[in-house]
Write a protein of this length. Structure first.
Length: 332
């Protein structure tokens, strides 16, 4: 008997539509010989299952079930979470599925909550020797002392939502007088604001996932934005050149992939995650690896980083998704 997979998408943040595009990609790759697949769109307390005949069916949240087009009760066996932002990347959905004892694709509630809070994640990983940018955190209702901030992180600096993605609310700040406006822009996406020193170098992204056989680190993608930084237009409107595998030395490539695998293990991660870095140079001209952030539900359209890296590895997305699902769900 086929297992029922629910691809959970949408969410409550500005990334709702991006998430729905990822759901379409995942749905297209899932193995129909093994699974019956339904996309479930979430927005607040309204969850709707997309049925094959084009209609919608209300999801009953007390037991995560819905009725198909013939009125039959459907209760998914597994949730593939691709909600970017809240509630998919901050632990809320994970807690819900834990209560219902339904296996899911992402990291645990604790790991999701920590990785969603960029400042907390960076301070945690610093304790394991991971290099990150100098930063300042402004919690809700804290005023921005522009002079003190610039004295600590320098200019230019990046001002961004502490919880969020897809570069919504991010500003490259070049002057002290621009700090207050950039902070307010970031607070439209998140109560807490992260201000980071600018790291100069080559931006890269490295995917990794776990199967029953262990941790698999994928080839690295080099990111060459045509915009001033890797913003929304670069990510989703083609204003970027993406090179997989990245143009790095064999030694640096091996170091990055080793670090990516180590971060995955340190976190006790699950499913597919993506670690973003800046590769800078020290005074001797050697490559220095600086972690930017971690995305626990990375974009999954045909042109997103993870599918690119999977193709570069000579794998098929269908097989990778089978591996991810089989880690927590027994398959025939």
């Amino acid at each position: 008997m086929k297992k029922i997979i629910a691809v959970i998408a949408g969410g409550d943040s500005s990334e709702h539509d991006v998430s729905m595009r990822s759901a379409a990609g995942i749905s297209s790759w899932l193995d129909r010989d093994k699974f019956d697949v339904y996309v479930i769109e979430t927005r607040g307390a309204e969850w709707l299952a997309h049925l094959p005949n084009g209609t919608m069916s209300k999801v009953f949240l007390h037991n995560f079930s819905f009725k198909d087009e013939w009125g039959k009760d459907i209760k998914p066996d597994y949730a593939y979470i691709t909600v970017h932002g809240t509630p998919g990347e901050n632990g809320i959905l994970q807690g819900y599925f834990d209560l219902l004892q339904i296996p899911y694709s992402t990291c645990s509630l604790l790991v999701e909550a920590m990785t969603f809070d960029k400042f907390t994640l960076n301070q945690y990983l610093k304790g394991f020797g991971v290099r990150v940018a100098e930063s300042v955190l402004l919690r809700k209702n804290m005023e921005a002392d522009a002079e003190a901030i610039v004295q600590k992180v320098g200019l230019p600096c990046f001002i961004k939502p502490n919880a969020g993605g897809s570069s919504f609310g991010v500003t490259k700040c070049k002057a002290v007088g621009d700090v207050a406006e950039a902070v307010e822009k970031a607070r439209e996406e998140s109560d807490d604001v992260l201000i980071e020193s600018m790291l100069t170098g080559v931006e890269i992204s490295n995917g990794v996932y776990r199967s029953k056989d262990g941790v698999h680190v994928l080839p690295i993608t080099e990111v060459v934005p045509k915009t001033e930084f890797f913003d929304y237009d670069a990510k989703y409107n083609g204003m970027v050149e993406e090179i997989t595998p990245a143009r790095l030395s064999d030694e640096t490539t091996a170091r990055i992939k080793k670090l990516t695998g180590a971060i995955y293990d340190i976190l006790g991660a699950s499913g597919i995650i993506r670690v973003d870095y800046i590769i800078s140079k020290n005074d001797n001209g050697d490559d220095v690896i600086n972690m930017l952030e971690i995305n626990t539900t990375p974009g999954m359209t045909a042109t997103s980083f993870i599918p690119q890296q999977v193709r570069a590895e000579g794998l098929e997305m269908k097989d990778v998704l089978n591996d991810v699902i089989a880690e927590k769900l027994s398959l025939d």
